[in-house]
Design a protein around this ligand. Structure first.
Ligand code: NDP
Length: 337
């Protein structure tokens, strides 16, 4: 089989030289292990952090060790009584065509509940992130106004739809006219602003003011950078910011000034800003699924996928994700489902 390892650490934006595709051999599964054939692999922005040596909430990937990702895979042979060949599972696996994984670290996919890839998107980690940020962190309420950045992405597109279903006024921020149109037509945004067309934070902030004349109660923060600077001055007294991601800064480009002048607004408006990591909230997955899975089954939630074909295509697709080339959940199709 083949796998992709971290060849070197990127200084800024990752490039093809940071990855290496190489052959590897796998033993038969030992007790408690399963050998799987990977079907779908998820690419996520957090992987950029794991390529750096800096300490974070997950340890860095070692040089020459395989990158890893959330995957959906089929069990080929099993050393554990809980799983049998033919079972489809999801969990964290190496960037590889086949893998040997501990049975207790994967979950069985409920057959027929949704397309398999949905367990990496709307019903998986990104979906749980959207639901957690909105409900458990921001405590978003009907009638409030919310700004969602990266509004057409895997997390943002569901956050926007769930906010709209709650009866909120939803203002999306996304890159480019096509994504903005989609945020309004498909993901329930009342308005969507194009951060790539806005020359500076001030312009974007004026556009948010026009879209939300009564101010912003909740900001679902996915990006940092110019968008964050634009939203803070528009926050209402006792507004909440759920800090989910700051992708604009992951590769060290678009660096912020040491502390933006708008920081004072946090004080004057008595804002509550809370970061969160979805892993800490996994105990609440049943509540998330109870709400979202029936909506998915009824066709009431929309999502898009950008699919790269084959393991070889993963590095380029990952670099594209960090630059906004994806439209919705970025996946790699490794094998037939
Ligand atoms: P997306 O599908 O949203 O893809 C990333 C998007 O980020 C791109 O499509 C692009 O959209 C946008 N983007 C890239 N660079 C910039 C920039 N400089 N300024 C503004 N937007 C930019 O990815 P996910 O939905 O998987 O993740 C969204 C965010 O949520 C990320 O920050 C991620 O790290 C975070 N996250 C956090 C989790 C947690 O537990 N806290 C868990 C999962 C995700 P566009 O073209 O619209 O600019």
């Amino acid at each position: 089989t083949r796998q992709i390892v971290l060849a070197s650490r990127p200084e800024a934006e990752p490039g093809p030289e940071n990855f290496r595709l190489e052959p590897t051999t796998l033993a038969d599964p030992g007790p408690g292990e399963v050998l799987v054939r990977v079907i779908w692999m998820s690419l996520d922005p957090y992987m950029r952090g794991r390529m750096s040596a800096a300490k974070s909430y997950v340890p860095p990937i070692e040089i020459d060790a395989p990158m890893n990702a959330g995957c959906v895979a089929e069990v080929i042979s099993s050393g554990d009584p809980s799983l049998a060949p033919g079972d489809v599972v999801y969990g964290l696996m190496p960037w590889a065509e086949h893998a040997l994984v501990p049975a207790r670290e994967v979950k069985r996919v409920e057959p027929g509940a949704a397309p398999l890839a949905a367990w990496l998107g709307v019903l998986g980690m990104p979906g749980m992130t959207a639901w957690t940020g909105l409900n458990r962190i921001a405590a978003a309420q009907p009638g409030e106004t919310i700004v969602v950045s990266a509004a057409t992405g895997a997390v943002g597109s569901l956050a926007a739809q769930l906010a709209r279903r709650k009866g909120m006024r939803v203002i999306g921020v996304a890159g480019g006219a096509a994504k903005c149109a989609r945020a309004v037509q498909e993901y329930g945004c009342h308005v969507c602003l194009d951060h790539r067309a806005a020359p500076d934070a001030r312009t974007l902030s004026d556009q948010i003011k026009a879209a939300a004349p009564d101010g912003v109660d909740v900001y679902f923060e996915n990006v940092g950078g110019k968008t964050l600077e634009a939203v803070i001055p528009r926050m209402n007294v006792h507004g909440r910011i759920a800090v989910c991601g700051t992708i604009a800064w992951y590769s060290g480009v678009d660096n912020p000034p040491p502390l933006p002048p708008v920081w004072r607004t946090v004080l004057t408006r008595r804002l509550r800003i809370e970061g969160f990591i979805v892993f800490d909230h996994y105990a609440h997955t049943p509540e998330f699924l109870a709400e979202v899975q029936p909506l998915v089954a009824a066709g009431q939630i929309k999502w898009r996928e950008t699919i790269a074909d084959g393991l070889d295509a993963a590095p380029a697709a990952f670099m594209g994700l960090l630059q906004g080339k994806n439209d919705g959940k970025q996946l790699v199709r490794i094998g037939a489902d």
